[in-house]
Structure formats: structure tokens, C-alpha cells
Write a protein that binds this ligand. Sequence first.
Ligand SMILES: [Zn+2]
Length: 301
Amino acid sequence: MSLSRALQVGRWKCHLLEGGRQHLDGGAMFGVVPKPLWEKKNQPDERNRIPLGLRCMLVEHDAGPVLIDTGVGNKESEKFKGIYGVENTGTHGPTQLEDALLEAGFKPGDIRYVINTHLHFDHAGGNTFVEPDAAIRPSAHPTIRLSFPNATYVVQEGELDYATHTNERTAASYFLPNWEPVRLAGRLKLVRGEVELIPGITLLPTPGHVPHHQSVLVRDGVEVACFLADVMPTTAHVPLPWIMGYDVEPLVTLESKRRLESRAHAEEWRLVFEHEPDPAQAVGRLQQDGKSFIYQRLDTP
Ligand SMILES: [Zn+2]
């Protein structure tokens, strides 16, 4: 299987990087949507889990390569990986993300910026890594290193605060080793609200999944691609009420989706779906269908 596919946005060459898979509870992925409806789109396994992609995006920018999200990483236990059905073992590096990066022609040390849409473990877990043999060494505290040692990591200030002040509901998704070593190394850049990070790359708040969730717009002239992240994790989440049970503010997600979809349709954005299980459906546009929008597949080379 090819781990990297190109997406040209004006003068910016982007690469969709397949960072592996995870398997999450189908009911949790579709919130209040009844199973007879969602199981037609995503067939669950015997444990009611559906397969999900861990897709990241690399933008070849004049300022240096920009990586959006980093997958699950390699720091979690076998038990954890079993629960979430994580399949992301790498051949040439800590995870499959590094393999995909290599296939696109890049090494981890090349990355200039890492943008985290938010700090959940399946989006920021690959920010840092442990040496693969750390678990069998006697040290109880294996050294955690930055996966992209020359990068500035970018996250919303509100999200960092939210991730470090968890409650009983949110704690299961936020693990300090995914960002604290970055912060301690002075490599964390905090932003507030909508910001053009570098020319053509804009961080767009799309709250609801978490209060400071952001999507990423890549623009050159009228050509725009939007890396959605968890505001619409798969193509099945395009209908407005198809909102994850994981979202902490589902009605805020609803309004984020409403705004984003009408703009994406009007400006003919290409949408990149991070968790879409079928790589062939990772990119699409929205098509009007009565009062709502539906997904229209776009092929990538
Ligand atoms: Zn996610």
C-alpha cells in the first residue's frame, strides 16, 4: 500500500501521509445517530469498533515542510494499543508516519513546523517518541525525545490549558508526554484564534470536539484545501447531526460544521478527512443536496 499521496494546492504541494489505523467504538464515533444508519457506512467488527485512518498532511512550503498532526506515536503500551486497535508500527522509524514521510521524500529532521489541531493522543501522540527498546531497558523513566527535533510545534493556547486541566471525562485523551517535552524544550508556539501562521497557512478555530479545536487551511489564490481534523473526522460525518459522542460541546460542533460547510461549498474548498478509513476517499468537495451538503469524492494521484 502506498503511504503517501500528493495533493497540489496552487503552488503548494501537499502530501497525505497514512500514519496507521485505530479502531474506535462505532456508537461513540456517531453520537446520537442510530446504529442501523451508521453501520451502513462503516461496518463494525465483533467488538462494535470501526476502522479509522490516522492521516496527517505535509505541506511543502517556502518556509520549510509543515506537518499537520502526528498520529498516535509509539509511547503507549500494548494494552492501550489493543483497546484502541492501534496499528501504526514503523519499519524505518518509530511509527508508520515516519515511513510515509520518507515515501514523500522527507526525514523527521526536515520538518520546520508541526501544527497540532488539538492535543488528543491520536493527533499529538507522535509529537514525541521513545526509543523502541526503551521498554526492555531497566530504566523506569525512558527518555522521551522530540520526533521532529528542528520543528516549532504550534497549538492553540486555550487547547494547551484545556489539556493540562483535565476532568474525569477528558483525562483519558490527554497525556502530558505528548507535549510537555516540547514545551520544556522551548519548541512550543502558542497561538490565539484565527491566525495566518505563515503565508498561505491559516489556523481556523472549529470548536466543539474540544473548545479550542482548530482546522488548517492551505491556500494559494482561490485554491484552498482544509485539513478538517475532528470537526468532521470521516466522510460519514458530513451530515450536520452526525457528530461524535466524544465531542465535549456537540452543539458547538454543529455550528462549527454549519459555518465551515457553507464556506467550503461557496469557495469550493477541497476537504481532507483525517480519520476516513478509506484512503481513496480522503479528499472531497461538498455538493449541495437540497438544504444540506453531501460528500463528493475527489481522486488524488
Ligand atoms: Zn481524532
